[in-house]
Each structure stands twice: as structure tokens, then as C-alpha cells.
Write a protein that binds this ligand. Sequence first.
Ligand code: PLP
Length: 458
Amino acid sequence: MAGEMSGPSKEAIAIMTRVLHRQTGHSYPVAAGGQGITIRDAAGKDYIDASSGAAVSCVGHSHPDVLAAMREQLDRLAYAHTSFFTTEVAEALADDLVAHAPPGIGHVFFVSGGSEAIEAALKLARQYFVERGEPQRRYIIARRQSYHGITLGALAIGGREWQRKQFAPLLIEAHHVSPVYEYRDRRADETAQAYGERLAREVERKIEELGGKNVIAFVAETVVGATLGAVPAVPGYFQRVRDICDRHGVLLILDEVMCGMGRTGTLHACEQEGVSPDLMALAKGLGGGYAPIGALMMQDKIFDAIAGGSGAFQHSHTYMGHPLACAAALAVQRVMRRDNLLANVRSQGAHLARRLKERFGNHPFVGDVRGRGLFQGVELVADRGSKEPFDSKLKLHARVKREAMARGLLVYPMGGSADGVRGDHILLAPPFIIDAPGIDTIVERLGEAIDGATAQTQ
Ligand SMILES: Cc1ncc(COP(=O)(O)O)c(C=O)c1O
């Protein structure tokens, strides 16, 4: 096999790449296969996918029922442009999503990912007011330390300063208020309720400052994912925000791209907040990693304004409602229901939270463990008492990722939690099919990875 002998080794392929990867100069292992909660690289090393990539692979890898549904769709029809046709599978997925949606949501607009869902949300919200004869509404309010995607509109409303900075001249005007970040920002003399009230009032003050009749929408992740590390709001916050938005005629857009589709133990994270958004962005777990798909769900009043007005949302993509992606997403939904996976998210989520608290409750460099369901975050601090973050130059989050991968564990660490620049956290989001021994192994390997990474900083 002379050809093979002279060709690059599988490991070397990652270095001799023509791909502009996320980081140049970094050698990525080659993912060669996936089964259940595990990804295997080309060198034969197994990794437990404890973050489902970025909270994507919710039913695990190579699920036979999802693959079968996709093959069946491929055999029937791979693609038909949406300006000519609808497809059975897109209609069936829309029916399925609407049947399980929060109250008042009756239609869905399909896209191919989270950023596209957010872009569509911003434009649909704006067009809604134009159709209603309120063209003066032009402002979007969102929160600091949030992530809504990487395209220009999504980046503009996102609150990750380091990521926006160089693109600032290209970004639309957006206004930001405080995130709900109880671990760092609730005052010692304040109840969680009072803290939530204070932050909701901040939203209202911002609306008033911009002029209630000039604001299009308030956008928030129901549970903040990548930027803060699985941080839920305090009780009552979203209900107060909902009331405030209603009082000013402002739309509430919830970004459930990461925290939605079962991740927190209910299909939609907002179910646990007791609110129904005007627009809700979904992606990641919707297709479970089997195909790129996102969705924007909308209240009837928004659909009706378009249908009774111009009759067309001025926004479309070539691949929207792709039949293969819809087939994958529909199969993921059916597997989740048939196998009662939301119950597993709740029970294994409770087990994960318990095990993390046992392992890190007294850890000198862990300040907080928080989250909901199989969406848990661990925040690292240099000093537990003062909550002082590690020096951002140490890039502790990246060290933890490396140490975890060396131990056959995939987690999703990130920097900037404390103030947009400093602060490190690790996001855990295992597939919904995880069992208790799987959780135990994750926590054990994570403990070793954190110990290994923090030891390098001392
Ligand atoms: C909350 C949230 N919104 C939007 C996005 C953007 O999604 P995508 O990367 O699919 O464009 C992400 C991605 O991480 C996200 O976490």
C-alpha cells in the first residue's frame, strides 16, 4: 500500500489544512466517528461529548432513527426551492413545533442556524411595526454578556464586547442593559426577588429613555449559555419584563437557540418562567447536529400583521426549510417524545448538579455551580471569598479545555463571564441520553482537568 505509506498520517491532516479553522496554527484532531455520547478521533481516541458540541447533539451521535428518517427523505427529495414549493416534511415539522409551542404561537419560519433565526427575528419584529403603521420604532434593547450569533445584526445586539469591537463600525445601533447574574451582581442585602425587580426596572428605564414608542423589542436568552455559563434568571424577572414590554407595546424576543428544545428539562426554557414570547429563536438542539436548521416561532398577532398587510415577510434564504434538515429535526422531536428524554434531562440534570456541587462545593478555584436540567455551568475564580477572576491572560478556560480533551472529555469553556473580558466558566450540556455512570465519569474527568489547569497557574 505504497500510496498510504507516502500519504500524510491522519493526525497530520489537521496541520496541513486548507481550511480557515477557528484558530490558525492550532492542530485539531480529526473527528472520525460518533456513537451515543462519544466522539472518536482518527487516531482511535474516544471523547465523552459532555457539552453536545455547543449544546447541539441532544439525542447523541449516530442515532439510528434519526439517520433512517434522513435517508428516507433523501430517497424521496433532497431539495425544492421554497419560492416554488412547500414540502410535507416542512409542514409536518411546523405542525409539530406549533403543537408544543408556548401559548399564542401559531407559525414558524425556518432557517439554517441560530444567527439566521435571530436576524429573522429582528427583521420580522421591525416589519411587524411597519405593517402596523409604527415605522418610527427602530431600537433594539438587549443585555450585556449575552450571545445572539455572529452575523452583523446578531453581533450588534450581542453583549460580548471583545467580539463586537473590531466590527463596531458595521453594526446597527443597539442598546444594552444588565444581565441577570445573581452570583456576581445581587447585592448582599437584596432578595432574589428584589434583584429581579431592580433589573426589570432597568429595562423599563431604558425603554423610557429611548421613548416607548420608538422601541421595537427587548431580546434575551432565557437561560444565558455561552457567555455566562448556564445562568438562569431570578424568579419573577421575566414576568415583570413581559409586563413592561406589553405596557410599552415592545416585543419580547427570547433567544432559546442554546437553552431551548429540552435542554433545561422543559421543551422551552420559558415554560419555567411562566412567559410566552412574541418571537422565539431556536436552533442547535432542534436538529440535534444531524443537519443545520433553525426556526423562528411567532405569535399569531405577528403572523396576522404580515398576512393582513403586505402578505410577505421581506426575508428569505435559499436553504430555508431544507427537507433533509426538517426530516432530521422532526425525527429528533419524535425520538425525544417516544423515549421520554425530557424526564431523563430532569433526573440526570439533578444528578449532574448534585455531583458537581459535591465535587466542587469546597474547591478553592470554583466560585459557583449553576444551571437547569442538563445545562450546567461551573465558574472558576482565583479567590472564592472575593470572587476575583483569574488573570484573563492566563486563558484558564482554554487550559481546562485542553486538559479535559487530554482526558477524553469534551466540555465548553469560555472566558469573559465576569465582565465581558475577565472570568472563566465551563459549560456542561451532555446529550439527553446520558445515564448516571456517564455523569459520574464526566464530573470525575472534569475535576482532574480543572485541578490540572489551575495547577499550571500557581
Ligand atoms: C443563544 C445563542 N444565540 C444564537 C447563537 C448563534 O447560533 P449559530 O452559531 O447557529 O449561528 C448561539 C450560538 O452559540 C447561541 O448560543
